[in-house]
Design a binder for this molecule. Structure first.
Ligand code: NAD
Length: 489
């Protein structure tokens, strides 16, 4: 559908789609061909202020925080149903806006969002009714603990998984009774706006979720973080932005949750089942064109299987169907923008300069794909953990393979990293899997698998990969205040 169409994206404030107060706009560019895909309202501090006032009013005077969790949950379920009913339109725009293969935007991304709404709707119904209760019989006192919403939440999302990341924020924020000012990434504004079209029909009262578009510092993102009417910031994005947000939130002492970047390790022991490990870890680096916080971009392979794994990984990278993401057979599309192409190409040069051996890819696609941002899946062998490409988050389809001899050495290398978000271990020895996964300094480890995540489990980073955890009770801790009330008899 929307190949020739251009979208007009406005802010959504207090239940209405509106332009910026000063009429400013910016363009969203498709990475498929670098053509303009949308004209987008460019939010300023004034627009954010309107949105925060609406959210504040909805919080202090409106029904939302006062509804039962079951009533709010029914609305979240309706929102999930509506998103599913509009799957085709939403997925087409997402693919055009971000270059993500339609096979992912129409399935995994929609599902990953609707399930967050449904999961937190159910979770809040159970958990909000179960606060702690402490009796002090000697003094005739009892204390109950009640969970209350934090207030107005600023939700700032990245472009790599626009809807699922928004779902991780809106799902729990709303289920626990907060109101929200949301800002999608400037690189992927369209689908959050499409979601906003469904709010009223789902039954969300005006002002409960407001969406302001724009950039980060000095724009809508910075204004949300600075605003004294915002009580908490939930942010997913880069470490650079996370550090700036933490500093900017300090003067108003906002609660901050930061989900940041990663440089995850993928450890292959000699006893691994390679028929599963190689394809599994292929998607751990080439899925979403390598643009995943949990990308396992450092692959440590035990020496007896090293040559075989290098050969299999290179062959898989060469064969991966890369191309127009609107084609259902495409598994890898372009990277998000021309700056990303330049960054990835710079790191490919660094790897060669630093002595790694290129065994697959290493170039931008030409010919029919020349106008877009397509990077051939790239694999370097004989890398070392101290190379620039093995220290920094490249955020592109570039794998580095590093040999090791012993379990101790693998762990030392894996943990020698500024980040600590994800990681994978491939082995048929369960004792080893247990030892290694527990010793990895990282927020989540997959053993003989990759990327699945139970919504009840914690997700988040050690070290420079972030602060806080998302998922079940971990999200509840962030999106609620816990209040003690003591009764004296
Ligand atoms: P980014 O940090 O450039 O931008 C993310 C969002 O923050 C955007 O909406 C942007 O406008 C806004 N922003 C940037 N600076 C800001 C500031 N100072 N104040 C307020 N808002 C600001 O990140 P990106 O390029 O959109 O996303 C890629 C990054 O996100 C990668 O580092 C990736 O690892 C990370 N990420 C992490 C997770 C996770 O769960 N840990 C998930 C997805 C992506």
């Amino acid at each position: 559908m929307p190949d020739v169409e251009k979208k007009s994206v406005q802010h959504f404030i207090d239940g209405e789609f509106v332009d910026s107060a000063d009429g400013a706009t910016f363009e969203s560019i498709s990475p498929i061909d670098n053509e303009v895909v949308a004209d987008v309202a460019l939010g300023s501090a004034e627009d954010v202020d309107r949105a925060v006032r609406a959210a504040r009013r909805a919080f202090e005077e409106g029904p939302w925080p006062r509804m039962s969790a079951a009533e709010r949950g029914a609305i979240l379920y309706k929102l999930a149903d509506l998103l599913e009913a509009n799957r085709g339109e939403v997925a087409n725009w997402e693919t055009r806006d971000t270059g993500k293969p339609i096979m992912a935007s129409s399935t995994r991304d929609i599902h990953g969002t609707t399930e967050r709404f449904r999961f937190f709707a159910d979770y809040a119904k159970q958990s909000l009714d179960h606060g702690d209760h402490f009796d002090s019989l000697e003094t005739n006192q009892s204390t109950i603990v009640v969970k209350e919403p934090v207030g107005v939440v600023g939700a700032i999302a990245p472009w790599n998984l626009p809807l699922p990341m928004m779902g991780w924020k809106l799902g729990p924020a709303l289920a626990f009774g907060n109101t929200v000012v949301a800002k999608p990434s400037e690189d992927s504004p369209i689908t959050t706006s499409l979601l906003a079209e469904m709010f009223a029909e789902a039954g969300l009262p005006d002002g409960v979720v407001n969406v302001v578009n724009g950039f980060g510092p000095g724009s809508a993102g910075g204004a949300i973080v600075d605003h004294p009417g915002v009580d908490a910031i939930t942010f997913t994005g880069s470490g650079v932005a996370g550090r700036a947000i933490m500093a900017a939130a300090a003067p108003t002492l906002k609660k901050v949750a930061l989900e940041l970047g990663g440089k995850s390790a993928n450890i292959f022991f000699a006893d691994a089942d390679l028929s599963k490990a190689v394809p599994g870890s292929g998607m751990a680096i080439f899925g979403n064109s390598g643009q995943m916080c949990i990308a396992c971009s450092r692959m440590f392979v035990q020496r007896p299987i090293y040559d075989q794994v290098v050969e299999m990984t290179a062959a898989m990278a060469e064969k991966l169907p890369i191309g127009d993401p609107r084609d259902p057979a495409t598994m890898m599309g372009p990277v998000i923008n021309t700056e990303a192409v330049e960054r990835i190409q710079r790191y490919i040069e660094f790897s060669t300069e630093d002595g790694a051996r290129l065994v697959a890819g290493g170039y931008k696609l030409d010919g029919e794909f020349a106008a877009g941002n397509f990077i051939k899946p790239t694999v370097f062998a004989d890398a070392t953990n101290d190379m620039r490409s093995c220290r920094d988050e490249i955020f592109g389809p570039v794998q580095h393979i590093i040999p090791f001899d012993t379990e101790t050495e693998a762990l030392k290398l894996a943990n020698d990293c500024d980040y600590g978000l994800g990681g994978a271990v491939w082995t048929t020895d369960l004792g080893k899997a247990n030892r290694v996964s527990r010793s990895m300094r990282t927020g989540f480890v997959w053993v003989n698998g990759y990327a699945r995540h139970d919504d009840r489990a914690p997700f988040g980073g050690y070290k420079q990969s972030g602060i806080g955890r998302e998922g079940g009770k971990y999200s509840e801790e962030f999106f609620t205040e816990q209040k003690g009330i003591e009764f004296t008899y």
